[in-house]
Design a protein around this ligand. Structure first.
Ligand SMILES: Cc1cc2nc3c(=O)[nH]c(=O)nc-3n(C[C@H](O)[C@H](O)[C@H](O)COP(=O)(O)OP(=O)(O)OC[C@H]3O[C@@H](n4cnc5c(N)ncnc54)[C@H](O)[C@@H]3O)c2cc1C
Length: 170
């Protein structure tokens, strides 16, 4: 109830339609989650999988909104994880990998390896872009006014241009 009231207070200047949507939202539809930071080197040096469970999307590479790439990168993760799991599960059974659990684990290990540097790039680029935008430092402010828009567009386009590879159907 407190959260709903907080949002309604903040939304005092929004349109009637929007405030009605918030007002009509039932309490069981409102969720609150802690904000988390994953440091870039955490995905490089840490482990993103445990047994046969791993993370994708925002859980893998939470970022500030500066790149506008969170949803797209979650889709990339989905394609890559589907590819890695598909390839692992389709392999003929060997003596060492005689159960599905091991195959899934192998697939997830490949996925984690493939997405490591990409996730590092997302988190670092978003962090750097946010840092530059918020900095009060005079030199950074000058460089921001002169170059940031052009650099951000070219970096964002370069990051977005990514080939996830082909999905094997059979
Ligand atoms: C204002 C805003 C603007 C954005 N604009 C862009 C943009 O222009 N371009 C872009 O690419 N990205 C954008 N993003 C980022 C994008 O929305 C996210 O990166 C993307 O939704 C992440 O997808 P996800 O599946 O990892 O996580 P989510 O979409 O957060 O999905 C996680 C799901 O898990 C559910 N969940 C959580 N805990 C549990 C639990 N314990 N049990 C069961 N379910 C659970 C949640 O309810 C949720 O449905 C924007 C985000 C915001 C907030």
């Amino acid at each position: 109830m407190k959260l709903k009231q907080f949002v309604l207070n903040k939304a005092s200047n929004v349109s009637k339609e929007l405030s009605t949507i918030i007002d009509r939202t039932t309490l069981d539809c409102i969720s609150i989650a802690q904000l988390k930071l994953r440091l870039p080197w955490n995905v490089l040096l840490g482990n993103i999988l445990k047994n046969n469970v791993c993370v994708v999307g925002d859980a893998l590479h939470p970022m500030t909104p500066d790149l506008g790439q969170g949803g797209c990168s979650a889709l990339e993760d989905s394609v890559v994880i589907a590819k890695c799991l598909g390839e692992a599960l389709i392999k003929p059974i060997t003596e060492q990998e005689d159960d599905e659990f091991m195959k899934i684990r192998k697939g997830l290990e490949k996925y984690a390896k493939e997405r490591r540097w990409r996730s590092f790039t997302f988190i670092s680029a978003a962090y750097l872009s946010g840092f530059i935008q918020e900095s009060d430092n005079k030199i950074i402010s000058f460089l921001r006014q002169q170059f940031l828009a052009g650099v951000t567009i070219s970096v964002t386009l370069r990051i977005a241009n990514f080939d996830c590879g082909r999905l094997t159907v059979s």
